[in-house]
Design a protein around this ligand. Structure first.
Ligand code: HEC
Length: 404
């Protein structure tokens, strides 16, 4: 299984690098476009519509944007598409490796829905590509001419996907699928609309033909969507570290709320770039985040199945007829895991079960077998910091049980 960890490391690393390059270039061009100012007359005569000076990294830069295009195609013209494509490709590879190859560990949560890996993968791909299909169809329909209405439709689409995903998959698998849909829509916007429009423009300049303004306008709606989707997507990329969001009973609503507030904060920067300072956007955004934090952290009455067990029912919950191997694994887990992963943890730090994982009863242990095997035998990062001093023999006992 070492190959799994190492492939995951390299692909994830690459994915983050490609993503930084993509979002970085995209933020830079949005900033650039919003900061262009009317150039002096001699530049206007050359067809330049806006110019800008900047200093960076020890030099001065002069940037000019043409109203239509240069008179003649320059020898080298830089395109920005591989940043988007490689981010998407590496992201899809990572999703396949972790959530599809490792479906029973990371994607399926029998407490949410007891799916086979095949069923879960089909549903996952259905959400991503079904969502893309609906989005593309809507962009090409008359709806594409009403940006505000379209925005609401997009919100409903992502909301529906979040709702379905959180009712099918583990919390993190669900969040990652919403992120995969958003990333796919964004890369699709580059592939299906923005690049074709640019190819038409370049072709027109090369062949001395008129540039049709409609090409750019059609691509514009897509790039506005991409702009507002970046911050929600980046949140989803780091959401794995914050179980309080994806483990929440209404995780889909938490995700939507954070997504909407972060898009609203993006709006502040978009306004700022064009010289409009509206701190109220930033302030209401911050208040929104605080409200979400309050709502997510508000203590909830435990649901019936997570009601604290008293110690009598804990010992009763181990069925009498366990095989010797099972009994051994059960004892190891009770000694080394259940002081944190319990309805009533005895650990001084973890007063509630981390990530909601409880290993009090044999049924609970069996339901989480792949996850236990992964963390206690494969990656060996459980028990946390090996706080309970688990030995190699103890890990072997879990391996023997799991492989049976
Ligand atoms: C000292 C407390 C502590 C002990 C002991 C402990 N864990 Fe954990 N466990 C945590 C914390 C904290 C997390 C959440 C952070 C993380 O995933 O790394 C966690 C997460 C997990 C997860 C991930 C759950 C999920 O939904 O992804 C698994 C599986 C797990 N532990 C298994 C075990 C097993 C098996 C043992 C015993 C061999 C064990 N843990 C012992 C603290 C503990």
């Amino acid at each position: 299984m070492a190959w799994f960890e190492w492939s995951s490391l390299f692909i994830r690393w690459f994915h983050v690098i490609a993503g930084v390059a993509w979002i970085g270039a995209s933020f830079y061009f949005i900033w650039l476009d919003n900061n262009l100012r009317t150039p002096p007359k001699w530049k206007q005569d050359k067809g330049i519509k806006g110019d800008l000076w900047a200093v960076h990294g020890g030099g001065f830069y002069e940037v000019a944007k043409y109203q239509r295009g240069p008179e003649k195609m320059p020898e080298t013209l830089h395109w920005f598409k591989w940043e988007a494509y490689t981010t998407w490709l590496s992201g899809f590879l990572l999703l396949s490796l972790i959530y599809y190859h490792g479906a029973s560990i990371y994607l399926i949560d029998p407490a949410v829905m007891d799916l086979t890996p095949k069923e879960a993968i089909i549903r996952g791909l259905g959400l991503i590509f079904g969502g893309l299909f609906i989005y593309e169809g809507a962009c090409r329909s008359a709806l594409g001419r009403y940006p505000a209405l379209f925005g609401i439709m997009l919100l409903v689409l992502i909301g529906a996907v979040s709702y379905l995903a959180t009712h099918w998959f583990s919390g993190r698998g669900a969040f990652m699928h919403v992120g995969a849909l958003i990333g796919t829509i964004m890369a699709g916007n580059v592939f299906f609309k923005i690049m074709p429009a640019q190819r038409l423009m370049v072709d027109a300049v090369t062949n001395n033909k008129e540039i049709n303004p409609a090409w750019g306008l059609a691509a514009k709606l897509r790039s506005v969507h991409n702009n507002y989707l970046t911050l929600p997507l980046l949140f989803i990329m780091i959401s794995n570290h914050y179980p309080m969001t994806f483990q929440h009973p209404q995780a889909w609503a938490v995700l939507m709320a954070i997504g909407i507030v972060s898009a609203w904060i993006r709006h502040y920067f978009n306004l700022k770039h064009v010289g409009i300072s509206r701190p109220s956007v930033l302030i209401t955004g911050a208040i929104g985040m605080l409200l979400i934090a309050g709502w997510v952290s508000y203590p909830r009455a435990p649901a019936d199945d997570t009601a604290p067990l008293d110690s009598a029912s804990i010992s009763e919950s181990a069925p009498a007829q366990l095989s010797a191997t099972e009994q051994h694994a059960f004892d190891v887990i009770q000694t080394h895991c259940a002081n944190c992963h319990s309805a009533k943890p005895t650990d001084e730090l973890f007063v509630v079960a981390p990530l909601g994982l409880m290993l009090d009863s044999w049924q609970q242990i069996e339901a989480k077998a792949p996850l236990i095997f992964q963390r206690a035998v494969v990656s060996k990062d459980m028990p946390l910091m090996n706080k309970t001093g688990m030995s190699e023999e103890d890990r072997e006992a879990i391996r023997k049980w799991f492989e049976q």
